[in-house]
Design a protein around this ligand. Structure first.
Ligand code: ZN
Length: 138
């Protein structure tokens, strides 16, 4: 669904900057004309924010006769293949790298003291980092 469909269903939205509008929240807004912020996200999704009662996007969508999924652009069903969905987020990838880096530091410190280190665990660390590399490349 496009932003225009949403705007057409709301009560007299006023432009409030680029890809931004304000109007009364259809759930709780009453006569206050600025309780709801409407925007367009990077992916084309309709963003809704109620500043009065904190009404959820789902409540707001229902109030104007839409479903939550209507706020999102339709999925590609033909044409270019969908981009492969990443198995892990960037945040998760960094967490893994951070913990493996810590492990490597501890192992290096043990080795410097002439202590035994778990060679298999070191190889696992290398494998995990390689997995992250492959995931980010995909
Ligand atoms: Zn509201």
């Amino acid at each position: 669904m496009s932003i225009d469909t949403m705007l057409a269903r709301l009560d007299d939205p006023k432009p409030n900057g680029r890809d931004r509008w304000r109007c009364a929240c259809p759930v709780c807004g009453g006569r206050n004309r600025s309780t709801l912020s409407i925007g367009v996200g990077d992916t084309g999704a309709v963003l809704l924010r109620c500043w009065k009662e904190g009404c959820s996007p789902e409540q707001i969508a229902h109030a104007v006769g839409l479903e939550l999924e209507d706020l999102f652009p339709p999925r590609e069903t033909h044409g270019a293949p969908l981009k492969r969905r990443r198995l892990i987020t960037a945040g998760q990838a960094l967490e893994v790298l951070d913990s493996e880096a810590t492990l490597l530091v501890l192992c290096a410190s043990d080795m410097a003291k002439g202590e035994q280190v778990d060679r298999d665990r070191l190889l696992t660390a290398a494998a995990r980092i390689a997995m992250i590399r492959d995931e980010v490349r995909a």
